[in-house]
Design a protein around this ligand. Structure first.
Ligand SMILES: NC(=O)c1ccc[n+]([C@@H]2O[C@H](COP(=O)([O-])OP(=O)(O)OC[C@H]3O[C@@H](n4cnc5c(N)ncnc54)[C@H](OP(=O)(O)O)[C@@H]3O)[C@@H](O)[C@H]2O)c1
Length: 332
C-alpha cells in the first residue's frame, strides 16, 4: 500500500487555502492536483501550495489517475453532485460541511460511497478539535452527570455582497447551513436526534435565513442553538449536567480551551488543548488514518452522523419555511 495519500482539491476559495496549509504539515500526504472554474486561479493556487497539476475543470481532478482522495470545497449546493462524481470515479472523498443541503442528497452520497467501496466523510472539523473531542468524551464518561441543557451560538455581522454564497438561496445560503450547523452538531453529538425541533428565523431580503434560533427537546434535556449574520454573539458553548458543566471558550467550534465547573463551584478548572495548524489538521489526520486502515468512514463522524445531522437541519428548515431551489425537482 502507498505510504503517501495523494490529494486533489476542487473549488479553490477561502477554506481551500486554509486546508492546503494544514495539509502541507503532513509528511504522508501530498497535494497533487487542483481544479478551479478559472485557469488563472488554479495555476496561482497550485504555485502557492505546491500542487503539480492545475486545471480549469473539477472533473479533471476527480478523474486524475494520480489522485487518491478529493477534497470538495465549493459552495454547498455543489457538494453532493461533486462528491458522488468523485466516488464513482473511484476516489475517496472529504467534502466540506454541509456535505449535502438536504437528507435526500446525503443519502445519495452515502449510497455512492457504499457502491464504490470508497471512503467518504463530511468535513465536520469541530468533531476532531482537541477541546471538543475531550469535552464530548468527558461528558459521555458521565463527568458532569446526565446532560440537561446545551446552549451554543455562532453569529457575526456579515453583509450580503453581490452573488455571495452565504446569502444566495441557489447556493444553499443562510446562517443555518453555513454556521448554525455547528451548535446543532454539538447538541446532536451529545444528546442524539431530538424528539421535537422548534425554530424561528428572520429572513434576509435575499430569501435565506439571516438569523435563526432553534430549540431541540429530548426526553430529559433541552438544547438551544442560535446562528446569524446580523450581529456578533459570544461564540461560547455550555454543556450543563446534573453534576457540573463545561464551558467551551470562544470561538467554541474551534476552541483551544474550556472550563470545567463542579456543582456549587464558581471557580472552574481551566484547561488548554492547543490545536495544530488552523485546526483542519485534525480532520485530515483522521482521514489519513482511516484510509490507511482500509476503512470507508471515520468512527468520530460516520455516514450515519452526517445523515442524522442534515435530517435535523431539514426539520429546522421545515419549521422556518426555508426552501432552496435545489430542494425542488432535482433535490439529489
Ligand atoms: N470548515 C470550515 O471551517 C469552513 C469554513 C468556511 C467554509 N466552509 C465550507 O466550505 C465551502 C466553501 O466555503 P468558502 O468560504 O471557502 O467559500 P468561497 O471562498 O466562496 O470559495 C468557494 C469556491 O467554490 C468555487 N465555486 C464554484 N461554483 C461557485 C459559485 N457558483 N460561486 C462561488 N464560488 C464557486 C470557487 O472556486 P473556483 O473559482 O476555484 O472554482 C470558489 O472560490 C462551504 O460549503 C462552506 O460551508 C468550511
Amino acid at each position: 500500500m502507498r505510504t503517501t495519500l495523494r490529494w486533489g482539491m476542487v473549488g479553490l476559495g477561502r477554506i481551500a487555502h486554509t486546508f492546503a496549509r494544514d495539509l502541507a504539515r503532513f509528511q504522508n500526504a501530498s497535494l497533487v492536483a487542483v481544479g478551479s472554474r478559472s485557469r488563472e486561479n488554479a495555476r496561482a493556487f497550485a504555485a502557492e501550495h505546491g500542487a503539480r497539476w492545475a486545471y480549469d475543470s473539477y472533473e479533471a481532478v476527480y478523474t486524475h489517475p494520480d489522485v487518491d482522495i478529493v477534497y470538495v470545497a465549493t459552495p454547498h449546493h455543489q457538494h453532493a453532485e461533486l462528491s458522488r462524481a468523485a466516488l464513482r470515479a473511484g476516489k475517496h472523498v472529504l467534502c466540506e460541511k454541509p456535505a449535502a443541503i438536504n437528507a435526500a442528497q446525503m443519502t445519495s452520497i452515502i449510497s455512492a460511497a457504499n457502491e464504490a467501496d470508497r471512503f467518504f466523510m463530511e468535513a465536520l472539523w469541530s468533531r476532531f478539535n482537541p477541546v471538543l473531542a475531550e469535552v464530548i468524551q468527558r461528558t459521555r464518561d458521565g463527568q458532569i452527570g446526565p446532560v440537561r441543557f446545551i446552549e451554543a451560538d455562532f453569529s457575526f455581522r456579515l453583509d450580503a455582497s453581490e452573488g455571495s454564497r452565504t446569502h444566495d438561496p441557489a447556493q444553499g445560503g443562510g446562517a443555518l447551513l453555513d454556521i448554525g450547523i455547528y451548535p446543532i452538531f454539538l447538541a446532536y453529538t451529545l444528546l442524539g436526534v431530538p424528539e421535537t425541533v422548534q425554530a424561528s428565523m428572520i429572513r434576509h431580503p435575499s430569501g435565506v435565513d439571516e438569523q435563526v434560533a432553534v430549540i431541540m427537546a429530548y426526553e430529559k434535556a433541552l438544547a438551544t442553538a442560535y446562528a446569524g449574520f446580523a450581529s456578533p454573539s459570544g461564540l461560547e458553548a455550555t454543556i450543563s449536567g446534573e453534576e457540573g458543566r463545561f464551558v467551551v471558550h470562544p470561538l467554541w467550534h474551534e476552541a483551544e480551551s474550556y472550563t470545567y465547573f463542579r456543582n456549587g463551584e464558581w471557580e472552574g478548572e481551566r484547561l488548554t488543548r492547543p490545536k495544530t495548524g488552523h485546526g483542519l489538521w485534525h480532520e485530515i489526520a483522521a482521514c489519513q488514518t482511516a484510509i490507511g486502515r482500509g476503512e470507508t468512514e471515520c468512527a468520530l463522524w460516520t455516514h450515519q452522523d452526517a445523515l442524522n445531522l442534515i435530517t435535523i437541519l431539514d426539520r429546522v428548515r421545515d419549521a422556518i419555511g426555508l426552501v432552496y431551489p435545489s430542494d425542488i425537482g432535482g433535490s439529489t
